[in-house]
Design a protein around this ligand. Structure first.
Ligand code: PRT
Ligand code: ZN
Length: 300
């Protein structure tokens, strides 16, 4: 049995938009989890990996301070933390590994519908309400705009109605919150999604091997996301046309068909979804006996 120091700790959002996706992703990597009574830790039963359930804003610091080895958090939070650390003269002790394809949103400046927005000039000498002072300040500085960020910890969208700011700078996904508050996006500062971050602190060989294993499995889970396994028969003469039609596939396997020299069987992993139109195009190019199967796991 490993000591607590030998176990990998992953910081994950406790309750929020990223929680279910993060836990589901780790479970799809083969991790079997049980929650502690106080709901603060999920223990890995079959691997020495535990999840610390925390507020998303705390995740970069937990990974940076080496309390956790890995973290799953929005890029918006990572970048905000990185900038505030830089502004305080310290460097982020974590590195970003890869994007996880969920939690998509963007950090945007929005203006009241009645305001006339004519580019960066319209922001001069204004107040902009935001929870992302670091990212907003960075945008203003890079664009030589003299405007004042006003910190709001939540409900940023009501700041203009309260007379506390002229614009807001907040996360947007569907845009319905902005619309309901009579606001429209005018600038996008950052496109964001959930990412994995890793501590820069050196790990023991055993821990590094385990981190590598879990990262490789995460990459595998992401790779199969839209992948399909396609099988079909085709005339040998149509091979080139058929290969060109297979979406996102690298090297298909081509096999002879017993008792039929003119036809071959083709199997391929397509890294994109296979739509009906693709199947119809393949059939028109001479393919027959087409079969599309979901891919459950993939290891490069
Ligand atoms: O308690 P804790 O601090 O952990 O949670 P939180 O309230 O800070 O975060 P949470 O759960 O709301 O969001 C976690 C992460 O999800 C964010 O850091 C983003 O990376 C990501 N995400 C994706 C979003 C959104 N979409 C989003 N739409 N985070 C917030 N919003 C909010 C936005 O602030 C605005 O109030 O949703 C509203 C806008 O949504 P639309 O769909 O109306 O445009
Ligand atoms: Zn938060």
């Amino acid at each position: 049995m490993e000591t607590p120091e030998q176990r990998i700790k992953v910081a994950v959002q406790k309750t929020g938009r990223l929680t279910d996706h993060s836990i589901d992703l780790l479970e799809r990597c083969g991790l079997v989890l049980t929650k502690s009574k106080d709901q603060l830790i999920c223990y890995g039963e079959n691997m020495p990996i535990d999840l610390l359930l925390v507020r998303d804003d705390d995740i970069p610091a937990l990974v940076g301070d080496d309390v956790c080895d890995l973290g799953i958090v929005g890029l918006n939070v990572v970048e905000e933390k990185r900038l505030s650390m830089e502004q305080n003269g310290s460097k982020g002790q974590f590195k970003q590994i890869f994007e996880l394809e969920f939690g998509h949103c963007r950090l945007s400046i929005a203006a009241p519908d009645e305001a006339r927005y004519e580019g960066h000039n319209s922001l001069e000498k204004t107040k902009i309400a935001t929870s992302y002072v670091g990212l907003l300040t960075d945008f203003l500085t890079k664009n030589n705009i003299d405007a004042e960020p006003v910190y709001f910890s939540g409900a940023v969208e009501i700041a203009p109605k309260l007379g506390r700011a002229d614009f807001i700078c907040d996360l947007v996904s569907t845009g319905s919150t902005l619309k309901a508050n009579g606001l429209s996006e005018v600038e996008t500062l950052l496109q964001s999604e959930a990412v994995v971050i890793q501590t820069l602190a050196p790990l023991s060989d055993e821990k590094q091997a385990l981190v590598d294993k879990i990262l490789q499995r995460l990459a595998g889970v992401l790779r199969v996301h839209d992948s399909k396994y396609i099988m079909l028969h085709a005339p040998r003469s149509a091979l080139a046309d058929i290969r060109a039609l297979l979406p996102g596939s690298e090297a298909p396997t081509v096999m002879p068909l017993e008792g039929n020299d003119d036809k071959v069987a083709i199997h391929a992993v397509c890294r994109e979804n296979v739509f009906w139109e693709t199947l119809e195009n393949l059939k028109a190019a001479g393919a027959s006996s087409l079969l599309v199967l979901p891919v459950e796991k993939m290891l490069a």
